[in-house]
Design a protein around this ligand. Structure first.
Ligand code: C2G
Length: 453
């Protein structure tokens, strides 16, 4: 008798799961299905599982394909199970290719082709459905988005859009997305939502058209280069009843929220200064280093560095001053944004051609918070006081490259859950586009003499 084992969360049970189980069953005579516990999913970084373990087991049971169902609750269990149940074949979907090769020592490992286009098959008591997402732009960030997809429940990336055929088709092939399109209207058909990861200056137009077609939008920062454009997008989204979210991933990371809440709690007293710094000596061929109009330090990193400032002081700053070190063609290699508020001051520093300590320091009347690089992923921060021996260290949870948190927030908002979370507000986004507009206006006047942007 050939014994086969497979594992999964089987959340929001769908046709992809059924297909996988059917093919797994055909590989042998007896199929064991391991269903993950909530605790294990959390530990392995699956961030937003909706159905309970019991519901998920029940959905697997109802297919009639499993001869036995077991619970998976810890790392290393697969090796234990393979020996315990005398397994001949371990199988899982192709999204895990390579990950489980180490099991080859114990049994045969087979990766089965995953189902690219899925929808829910079981009638559920809750209102969730799988959000079909189309991805706009198929470069670096889009690739990172794809890698995080399997850790987010309730969304499925099915199509890609890029005006450059070569990049678009290569992306489609590499990630197994169902369709690739050069025609934006066509691309918007058959999806519920878009993720915009195209060059900065194209975000607003793509977002606007998608919203007008009734699609939810998750847009990489900056969402717009002018204040009025950002306001317009939010108004449009409200009218259309769709979600509009900006992708500043720090805002959605649990550790960053803990840091902000700690600062707000009064533990360091009154906040008087915030200095946030993010620099990266980027690849000279990368977009941020080539594009002297819509690349550079500010457009690459200002959103991240302004975020803690707005979170702590709000958006009603009294004054803003922006200073940059430019390359000969006008691209800003290093930019400092100084903000003055009634209660304190703040500086945001960004660089693509200058390297310095990437840290966030929040100074208060009783002590200060220090979050070292990469504070924008917020894996660790400290509170320090006058007494150098008194240090409190926090090590919040952070998984993957952080994109999964914004992706799961996007799905949650579409499904109207967690509405009271103020992770990134409309006010904050509009204020960021206001400062972006000031920066771009200045760059334009100084370097491109009155060309409109
Ligand atoms: N699957 C599929 N097609 C999809 C989605 C999922 O074939 N469109 C497969 C997955 O590859 C997996 C199974 O269905 O083999 C269950 O998927 P999930 O519930 O997403 O579970 P997963 O997180 O992949 O867990 O220990 C757990 C395993 O690592 C797999």
């Amino acid at each position: 008798m050939v014994k086969v084992i497979t594992y999964g969360t089987f959340d929001l049970f769908h046709q992809g799961h059924v297909n996988l189980l059917q093919r797994a069953k055909k590989l042998g005579d007896y199929l064991i299905v391991g269903v993950t516990t909530e605790h294990f999913d959390e530990a392995r970084g699956k961030v937003n599982v909706v159905d309970s373990c019991l519901e998920r087991i029940e959905n697997v049971r109802k297919t009639g394909l499993a001869d036995e169902i077991i619970i998976e609750d810890h790392d290393g269990q697969k090796i234990e199970d393979i020996q315990k149940y005398n397994i001949n074949i371990f199988t899982v979907g192709s999204d895990w290719i390579g990950t489980f090769d180490y099991l080859n020592t114990f049994c045969k490992v087979i990766y089965l082709e995953r189902t690219p286009d899925i929808s829910s098959t079981m009638i559920r008591s809750n209102q969730f459905h799988i959000v079909k997402v189309g991805i706009i732009g198929t470069g670096r960030i889009a690739a990172r988005f794809m890698a995080e997809e399997k850790y987010v429940s309730g969304m499925n990336i099915i199509s890609a859009f890029n005006t450059e055929t070569e990049s678009g088709t290569a992306f489609q092939k590499k990630y197994g997305v169902v369709t690739y399109s050069k025609n934006y209207k066509q691309f918007l058909k058959g999806i519920d939502a878009v993720y915009i990861a195209s060059p900065n200056e194209t975000h607003y137009e793509y977002a606007k058209k998608a919203i007008q077609e009734g699609k939810h939008v998750l847009c990489e920062n900056p969402i717009a280069l002018k204040k009025q454009d950002a306001i317009e997008l939010f108004q449009l989204a409200k009218e259309q009843g769709v979600v509009l979210l900006e992708g500043i991933k720090t805002a959605y990371c649990p550790g960053f929220q803990q840091l902000i809440n700690t600062a707000r709690s009064g533990q360091i007293g009154e906040i008087r200064d915030v200095v946030a710094c993010f620099t990266r000596l980027a690849d000279p061929d990368a977009r941020e280093c080539i594009d002297n109009k819509f690349g550079g330090a500010f457009l690459e990193y200002a959103a991240y560095t302004l975020l803690p400032i707005f979170k702590l002081y709000g958006t009603n700053y009294k004054d803003v001053k922006i200073h940059s070190i430019h390359r000969e063609d006008g691209l800003d290699l290093y930019t400092k944004i100084d903000l003055i508020y009634d209660q304190g001051m703040a500086t945001a520093k960004c660089g693509v051609g200058v390297k310095t300590e990437g840290q966030l320091v929040i100074s208060g009347s009783k002590g200060y918070i220090l979050a070292e690089s990469p504070w924008w992923l917020t894996k660790k921060f400290k509170i320090r006081y006058e007494d150098p021996n008194k240090v409190e260290t926090f090590e919040p949870k952070f998984q993957g490259d952080g994109l999964r948190y914004e992706m799961s927030e996007f799905v949650a908002q579409i499904n109207k859950i967690g509405k009271n979370k103020y992770l990134l507000t409309q006010n904050e986004i509009v204020a960021m586009s206001e400062i972006t507009e000031i920066f771009l206006q200045k760059r334009l006047q100084e370097w491109f003499s009155k060309e409109p942007f």
